[in-house]
Design a protein around this ligand. Structure first.
Ligand code: NAP
Length: 290
């Protein structure tokens, strides 16, 4: 039986860990707060007392935590997974981290004889729980083949962009473009509201017009209705992704980022206002009186 350690049981990680149980893997789980693991333990997962404990005997360790600091904590500290992973076992980082951190983590883990797979994802928590994520992989081709059995429970859509770090580059540009769009949707709808337009008509026109996109379809009605129930992606995480993307842009492009910086500023305000609420609350930021 394949043994996997899954670390980070938030909105995304909880469903992803469950996929390994469904697929018949031997699963060890760890999360900073244990309560999120209870139902997985009831389904047969072994509770580990630390990432280091989870990684003992694992063929692969998969992590899905918030950001660079959390990733460093679960992989590289004294209690981190790398402390007990066997040489030749597979380290799969699914969290959205900065490009700099992805390269640093890869160097550290590979120097310890581990195989590293850069594997951020797109898809919401429901896709995580149903094995329908898109995996954005940066890895050596032979390493990806060794890791494939541990990726299949998460998705059948694997986009291999190239060497380590390329999955993260794509993820960051994807989420930066998303941040710019979502801030743009909020701004456009807020202008229409203030101008007194019939919002039912506006929504119908927006959703069927040239500006329509999956982001518009996903967010515009909820923004107009101020319906933020069931946060799927928080303002704090969107801000983090946009900030990591802007740092990458600054290292690569002399004339940019133009829109990226504005999106980071907008999401810094959204994060200060309601960090753990849905990113769609951006409409409340742009429509608040000065
Ligand atoms: P979440 O629900 O906020 O979960 C964050 C996870 O990180 C929790 O398990 C949390 O532990 C853990 N964590 C945070 N700081 C930590 C630290 N210092 N040490 C150890 N663990 C720490 O976030 P999420 O939505 O699942 O997102 C997880 C990752 O997936 C992020 O990188 C995000 O950008 C990315 N992502 C999210 C989505 C989405 O739609 N939500 C889609 C694609 C990618 P606790 O439970 O103890 O707080």
């Amino acid at each position: 039986m394949k043994r996997v350690a899954f670390i980070g049981l938030g909105r995304m990680g909880h469903g992803m860990a469950g996929r390994y149980l469904d697929a018949g893997f031997d699963v060890a789980v760890w999360n900073r707060s244990k309560a999120k693991a209870e139902d997985l333990i009831a389904r047969g997962a072994r509770w580990a007392t630390s990432p280091e404990d989870a990684a003992i005997d694992a063929d692969a360790v998969v992590t899905m935590v918030a950001d660079d600091a959390a990733s460093r904590a679960v992989w590289l500290t004294k209690d981190g997974a790398a402390a007990t992973m066997k040489a030749g076992s597979i380290a799969i980082e699914c969290s959205t981290v900065s490009h700099e951190h992805a390269l640093y983590l890869a160097r550290e883990l590979r120097s310890r004889g581990l195989i590293y797979i850069d594997c951020p994802v797109t898809g919401l928590p429901d896709a995580a729980a149903s094995g329908k994520l898109t995996l954005l992989v940066g890895a050596e081709p032979a390493d990806l083949e060794r890791a494939r059995p541990f990726l299949v429970p998460l998705s059948s859509t694997i986009r291999h962009f190239g060497a380590i770090g390329t999955g993260t580059v794509y993820k960051l540009i994807n989420n930066l473009m998303g941040a710019i769009q979502i801030a743009g949707i909020a701004e456009g709808l807020a202008i229409a509201e203030q101008a007194g337009l019939d919002m039912k008509l506006v929504l119908e026109a927006v959703e069927t017009g040239v500006a329509a996109s999956p982001q518009v379809i996903r967010h515009s009605r909820r923004m107009a209705a101020r319906d933020f129930a069931g946060a799927t992606f928080t303002a704090a995480l969107r801000h983090k992704d946009a900030a990591y993307a802007v740092a990458l842009a600054e290292s690569l492009l002399s004339g940019a980022p133009l829109m990226g910086r504005a999106a980071v500023e907008a999401y810094a305000r959204a994060k200060a206002y309601a960090p753990d609420d849905d990113e769609a609350k951006m409409i409340e930021i742009v429509s608040r009186p000065k």
